[in-house]
Design a protein around this ligand. Structure first.
Ligand code: 5GP
Ligand code: MN
Length: 338
């Protein structure tokens, strides 16, 4: 799909100086890896490129090269609005709808810049001038690699760019184990290691930097695990009180949902995390096989994502949310029952 546009995009890039690159709210490894990789690539080409993230991201991503240049919209609204206003091109990476940018949505909608979407989520919205969407891709980072490849600039991938792209592919594929991991993913990753991504160090920097309180919060989450064998479903709840008691920091619950899915015979897992400040329960869904959590999250929890990994939210109390969730399972008995 990007082939037909690549000449036009090349022409747009040759005209533009000011470029803004945006990840989704609650940026993860793929969102930060892809935006920072593209920032380095465009800066090296001589553009004035800025990454503006809607809000903060976890500490385990703060070692990423270029981290110190990221502008956080929530914290520097005025500066960010000025930069967005001057942007000639805005890249939106790793999300499919401007509503996923939180409070930044308005400023983006007001912009006259050329929008380029690079994303691997289902059902992309129609806001971009150029939409590079491929749901078969493991990650947006893998797509940024192909984007650079199609600009015939693979030789411009520096160790910094390679490290950023490697990080997003690694985190979005659960360290290369999800079914989205293809032979091509491994080819891309092999090339990134050759181009200077220190794979073992990156893994340590992301996964082996736990605090005691985070591991103890995992203990609480696992104690709260509920298993419903009838519908091959497992879910975890974490209340605001439990978060507070364990010095919760952004990103601390990353990956917890996968423990439910690691149970033998379970095909659907969820985690419900209370956020009193926003007045919501933030939910992550995961599945194995054909049960589409994207469809489920869209239909019932104002969310979306991929077939096997999606998110959503509830504005009800934790108790009511769980009651509602359990009530929905029988509707999917064809897919959930063995
Ligand atoms: P996570 O559960 O790790 O936050 O997200 C899993 C996947 O679903 C990610 O690709 C993420 O971008 C997407 N996702 C998470 N929350 C939402 C949401 O509220 N709405 C939509 N459309 N996608 C989401
Ligand atoms: Mn992603």
């Amino acid at each position: 799909m990007i082939e037909q546009y690549i000449l036009e995009i090349t022409a747009e890039l040759s005209k533009a100086n000011n470029i803004v690159i945006v990840p989704h709210k609650g940026p993860d490894g793929d969102a930060m890896g892809s935006t920072l990789a593209l920032m380095h690539f465009l800066k090296d080409k001589g553009h004035n490129a800025n990454v503006i993230a809607p809000n903060e991201y976890p500490n385990f991503l703060k070692w990423l090269p270029g981290n110190d240049q990221v502008i956080i919209y929530d914290e520097s609204k005025k500066l960010a609005d000025d930069i967005i206003e001057k942007a000639e091109i805005i890249f939106t990476l790793d999300f499919n709808d401007l509503s996923r940018c939180g409070d930044m949505q308005q400023a983006l909608e007001a912009s006259e810049a050329t929008f380029i979407m690079i994303d691997h989520h289902q059902e992309p919205a129609n806001y971009a001038d150029y939409t590079y969407s491929d749901t078969s891709m493991s990650s947006t980072c893998e797509m940024v690699y192909h984007f650079i490849e199609r600009l015939r600039a693979k030789n411009k991938i520096t160790p910094e760019i390679a490290s950023c792209l490697y990080t997003g592919i690694m985190t979005d594929t659960g360290s290369f184990r999800f079914s989205s991991t293809t032979p091509n993913t491994h080819r891309v990753v092999a090339d990134l290691i050759e181009k200077g991504a220190e794979n073992s160090k990156i893994h340590q920097d992301v996964f082996d930097t736990n605090s005691e309180s985070r591991l103890q919060l995992l203990g609480v989450a696992l104690q709260n695990l509920k298993v419903n064998r009838q519908f091959r479903t497992a879910y975890i709840t974490i209340s605001q009180e439990e978060l507070d008691a364990h010095n919760f920091k952004k990103g601390d619950t990353e990956g917890f949902v996968n423990y439910g899915l690691s149970l033998d015979g379970i095909v659907f897992a969820a985690i419900f995390i209370e956020n009193k400040q926003e007045g919501i329960i933030k939910i992550s869904f995961r599945s194995k096989g054909d049960f589409s959590v994207n469809t489920f999250a869209r239909a019932h929890f104002n969310g979306g994502g991929h077939n096997n990994a999606a998110g959503g939210r509830s504005e009800m109390s934790m108790n009511d949310t769980i009651v509602e969730f359990n009530k929905l399972l029988p509707e999917y008995k064809e897919q959930l029952q063995a």
